[in-house]
Write a protein that binds this ligand. Structure first.
Ligand SMILES: [Ca+2]
Length: 149
């Protein structure tokens, strides 16, 4: 009897530890940030958002930049050759095209960073004001099955 009580207490202590630890390093709340990405910055700008696999990422980039004389002012979709477009990178993964508006489910884990695509950054002007929304799957209510009519 005393032995089974001891086992029971041990199980409660272990499960509390794992449950508590789980809360400490996962964030199941929707996060929304605005990040300024400068066209003169040739380094990645951190959104300071930690992305988990399965998170839904929403990007809305406002503003225009000038990355070269011939391109004129372009939005985050970039010029016809791709210069001036907004790119993203998660953790140590490869960079990918984001553009002015985008929604995707992340296959990667790590900090989301943003950068404007160009070769020479010193002759650029302007910046993008980028809203980044991270929606963890835990924050989405259970789906309702819609019956066919
Ligand atoms: Ca340039």
């Amino acid at each position: 009897m005393r032995k089974s009580l001891a086992i029971c207490v041990t199980l409660i202590v272990i499960s509390t530890f794992f449950f508590g630890a789980n809360i400490a390093w996962t964030n199941d709340k929707i996060e929304h940030k605005t990040v300024i990405v400068a066209s003169t910055n040739d380094e990645w700008t951190s959104t300071k958002l930690r992305i988990m696999e399965g998170d839904i990422i929403v990007i809305i980039a406002a503003g225009t930049v000038r990355v070269g004389e011939w391109t004129g002012d372009v939005d985050a979709d970039g010029a016809s050759n791709g210069d001036g477009a907004l790119y993203g990178k998660i953790g140590v993964g490869a960079g990918f095209l984001v553009g002015a508006k985008n929604v995707w489910v992340s296959d990667n884990e790590g900090t989301l960073k943003l950068k404007i695509r160009d070769g020479v950054y010193s002759d650029n002007s302007g910046n993008f004001e980028v809203r980044v929304i991270r929606i963890p799957p835990e924050a989405i209510p259970d789906s309702e099955i819609v019956e066919a009519d």
